[in-house]
Design a protein around this ligand. Sequence first.
Ligand code: PRP
Length: 178
Amino acid sequence: MERDIARVIITQEQLAHRISELGAEIAAVYPPNEDLTMVTILSGSIVFFSDLIRQLPMKMHIGLITVSSYGGATTESRGPQLLDDLNVDVTGHHVLIVDDILDTGRTLRMVRNRMADRGVRSVRAAVLLRKTAKAPADVHAEFVGFDIEDEFVVGYGLDYNNLYRNLPHVAVLKPELY
Ligand code: PRP
């Protein structure tokens, strides 16, 4: 797997350090003793989500929602499709949506809108990566790990054709693989 990598963008150490900082930023925002549900957008956010929640000291509920835009061997979004809706009731809860990457923003826009329709107390979003050149102004993430260039990245949950999610760092693949 490592031989397919052209370049590491973010190392394991950088990821661990920044996620620890993000945990502190998030913990400072949420009042104790109010219901918080962390909603992970499957599948890309699984690694980031599991590391982030273990940096948070407060009690929380966990919610899952599955949205997919990049099926098969493609780097082009076909638009977000809801594959599995949220599996828990978030009425009256603070909701923190967690995703691996904010790219065109269409996934996060869709999930934010769905949460707002459910009578929640607040909705915020945390993304590990944000493509600054592409993320639209109307799709906001309150917590951002890293701003990156507009290039296709894999690893730490992000895939190409459902591979490379288990790379421990964020990387760019060799061009001949696409
Ligand atoms: C990826 C990623 C984000 C979304 C971001 O998911 O995990 O959820 O695309 O792209 P956008 O900002 O352009 O909407 P993908 O659809 O590839 O599914 P996956 O999470 O199963 O990899």
